[in-house]
Ligand binder design. Sequence first.
Ligand code: KG4
Ligand code: ZN
Length: 384
Amino acid sequence: MGDSHGANATLQWSLIAHRRAGRETWQAPPIAVLVLGIETSCDETAAAVVEGSGRVRSNIVLSQLDEHRPYGGVVPEIAARGHVLHLDRLIIRAMAEASLDFADLDGVAATAGPGLIGGLMVGLTTAKAIAAVHELPLIAVNHLEAHALTPRLGQSLAFPYLLLLISGGHCQFLMVEDVGAYRRLGTTLDDALGEAFDKAARMMGLPYPGGPAIEDAARSGDADRFDLPRPMAGRPGCDFSFSGLKTAVRKTITDLPGSPPRARDVADLCASFQAAVADVLEDRLGHAAAAFHGAHGRGGALVVAGGVAANRYLRQRLAASAARFDLGLVAPAPALCTDNAAIVAWAGVERLRHGFTDPLDVAARPRWPLDPEAKPAIGAGVKA
Ligand code: KG4
Ligand code: ZN
């Protein structure tokens, strides 16, 4: 690996990043650092190559949805087997689409947690093998950090920013202060938001994953028809809870005529559910924004990331809520919100620039909170 094209040169360029008035002004390095990313933490097998400039050279995602759909959720053993079967082929395709050999890379990044341990081990072990054979730096990526840094992929978003991470496993407000520096402001006490979407959809007879199904059905629904609760609204702090909302959806369905419920009723319930979720997010955002402004001054960005951030209704509502609290909303393209390997490769680029690489014996971690100081939340359903 020559210096003009290697990690050392890249690190020199990271010094271009500097701080002005407490806010970093970030410039992409002009040299084309190249990182292969691998994602296998849940039910997507994915490989991608990303440049330091933010250009995505290839991004291949193989969804296992069809395998898991009959079970209404992800079955860990089926997921791990799927990754074993397909990962090698996907990596070869990602490299071919990027027109690269392994020797052209500057690093290999793989999700090392949090997630399903079988899948994590498949991806991380594969990355270790590539790193060992081709003498490349290995970057063990926290999946949450990959979501957290995604808005900087292809855009010059400066640190710090407020992050709302809403995915199948998580629902958290974090202050993103730098690469590797996160402070959690609040998290869910029970279900993650994506999980709440998936469970509500299942109760209504909609397919898995529930988020896109609810969003589709809600388009023709009346959001004022059902009066659903807004859990935690009005309470201090930035924590979430969705179990009460889920119970209310179940009770509403039981009280409806017809089984399965009629399409009109499902549409109205989906719209009412989304409106309740948006109201909760707005209420909690008020507290998170106050904490962010207290630490970093007025203004700044609210970044929304994770699978649920693909929801267009929630994005619109969040844009209005963010403006109300003196924040500008930044949302990655919907295709980068749901799980993929470009976001892992990008986290690899950012970590490599800081010199954060990992030894070949680094272990996969099913639980891996971004903020090590944050106390575990009540309830066992959350991964961090
Ligand atoms: O980030 P992600 O792909 O995987 C995890 O890291 O969890 O998020 C998956 C979650 C699922 O619960 C799915 O239902 C939800 O994101 N989701 C959505 C939408 N698209 C995916 N939720 C609401 N609206 C959507 N359009
Ligand atoms: Zn994710």
